[in-house]
Design a protein around this ligand. Structure first.
Ligand SMILES: [Zn+2]
Length: 330
């Protein structure tokens, strides 16, 4: 019997549905999903929607799997190979694509948003998006390539230099990956959390009091965190807008005179490019960015409800889902 996929049918409601398995199109690759990562964006997709979400949709933008079949025009991979999927499909022609910023492609189609994603036993993806997983790297670690890619894009947007002090607001999976990637770049990262109680629970987290950062990255969707980060920016510092805010909170009260007199910069960062996926896989594979210790839960896809509750309660770190796993696992 075919295994069910998760399908968000309307905002706030998803169903488990058995979906027909289709042969890949000419330039597509059919992938048997080995593991799919769950992130806060998925909670957002199910509960409140997202700017880029088109319904009904199978979510899941963090996918590692095994090539099951390829279309007649595909030369990038062969059945049986293990691959990571860059979640974007881009045109290659528009100004953003030509500038090497395909994450901003005018015709960007994101897996799990515009196209069906990895909360399913199989997913069909464009051949251009497939990146081979380095030999010997476990699927459970390779799947961190997607969130790490977004962190690498953020550090690139910030022009982070070796030796610089970088403050990271947020101590979840994104904040932790940002800190580790920054350290791999030779910078000095510090994770910031304003709440003393949470600091004691999380550990390894400081307050921003009395500090000035060359780079500040806000990895929590919280306007107060943005205010605090801006207040602790050094002269010529760069504040990276990494986490989106709800439309209600999107009311920045920036002092432009502060930016003027201190020569500071605000930079946005959204998603990642294909090349970040290759770089992220290499950094995980050679141990520059360790990720294995960040997995807090491994659950069958059928327990998505429980997994989303863990995310909502911030009860875990990284949660991995397995479409082919039976109910019994823990
Ligand atoms: Zn484009």
């Amino acid at each position: 019997m075919p295994l069910p996929s998760v399908r968000v049918v309307e905002i706030g409601r998803f169903e488990f549905q058995e979906m027909p398995l289709q042969a890949p199109g000419e330039d597509e690759v059919l992938i048997r999903v080995d593991v799919t990562g769950l992130c806060r964006t998925d909670l957002k997709i199910v509960q409140v929607g997202h700017r880029d979400l088109v319904l009904p949709r199978v979510p899941g933008e963090e996918v590692v799997g095994t090539v099951e079949a390829v279309g007649s025009g595909v030369r990038q991979c062969k059945p049986g190979e293990r691959v990571y999927v860059y979640p974007g499909m881009w045109c290659g022609q528009c100004p953003a694509c030509r500038a090497g910023a395909e994450n901003l492609c005018r015709q960007m189609q994101i897996m799990g948003f515009h196209r069906d994603g990895g909360f399913a036993p199989y997913v069909s993806v464009p051949a251009q998006s497939v990146i081979p997983v380095p030999e010997g790297l476990k699927a459970d670690e390779a799947v961190f390539a997607e969130p790490l890619s977004c962190c690498l894009n953020a550090l690139e947007r910030a022009s982070l230099q070796a030796g610089e002090q970088i403050g990271i607001w947020g101590a979840g999976p994104a904040g932790t990956l940002l800190a580790r990637a920054a350290r791999a770049r030779g910078a000095r990262p510090l994770k910031i959390h304003p709440d003393r109680h949470r600091r004691e629970v999380i550990g390894g987290v400081a307050t921003a009091d009395g500090r000035r950062f060359d780079v500040a990255v806000v990895a929590v969707g919280d306007l107060d965190a943005y205010r605090e980060a801006l207040g602790h920016l050094a002269p010529r510092g760069r504040l990276v807008v990494f986490s989106g805010l709800t439309p209600h909170d999107d009311r920045p009260d920036v002092s432009f005179n502060q930016l003027h007199y201190m020569e500071q910069t605000l930079v946005g960062a959204y998603g990642c490019c294909h090349r970040h996926g290759q770089e992220a896989l290499a950094m995980i594979a050679d141990g520059r960015v360790p990720v294995a210790d960040m997995v807090s839960h491994r659950l069958p896809l059928s327990q998505l409800d429980a997994a989303l509750t863990l995310v909502a309660q911030r009860a875990g770190m990284k949660i991995l889902l397995y479409p082919w796993q039976e109910e019994t696992a823990g």
